[in-house]
Design a protein around this ligand. Sequence first.
Ligand code: ATP
Ligand code: MG
Length: 197
Amino acid sequence: MGSLARVGVLGGTFDPIHLGHLAAASEVCARLGLDQVLLTPAHSQPFKQGIDTASPEHRLAMCELAAAEDERFGVSPVDIERGGVTFTVDTLTDLRAQRPDAELFFITGADALARLDEWKDAHRLAELATFVGVTRPGHSLEESEWPHILVEAPALAISSTDVRRRTRVGLPIRYLVPRSVADYIAANGLYYGGLDD
Ligand code: ATP
Ligand code: MG
């Protein structure tokens, strides 16, 4: 029997995916010697109920464009296919079933890690994956009580919220998202109007 593959899982709304996500994934991959990082776009985020997002299909497509540029990255549609509100406990349970060959590392930014005790079945999460907290500009990791490996990611003060806002007001998003993603946003007219934040 071979040893387990080390697989990172980066969950998010990815509305849209940006270079902050990819730099964090890349850094964790290198520092922890992971074989692969899976991007798992949420169908609908529990903390973002009532907030309009681009469709799951658009967000998934943008993740696939971004992942295609790096052989270490893959995309799992597990949360979008399950549908409904996405809970990490379900993401990790399903991935464990699909990938019995893998040891899972769930990667999360400082802002998300700080709220981990509000996540569904929080006490079970540590049994399903090792948690990896990555630093994020403007957020401190210190208050998190949850056991995690800390990885210092390159400080990229990029957020999807800001990418959407910039698109809406006509500011450039090039160098903040992969070029293929910027092209996809323009070609599909995403974020030009309507989304309200
Ligand atoms: P939004 O502004 O819409 O909330 P976001 O930029 O925070 O979008 P999410 O899809 O919410 O992106 O984030 C997915 C995961 O990536 C979270 O764990 C988040 O903390 C992490 N993350 C997002 N941006 C960065 C960044 N610039 N550096 C490090 N981690 C990040
Ligand atoms: Mg966020």
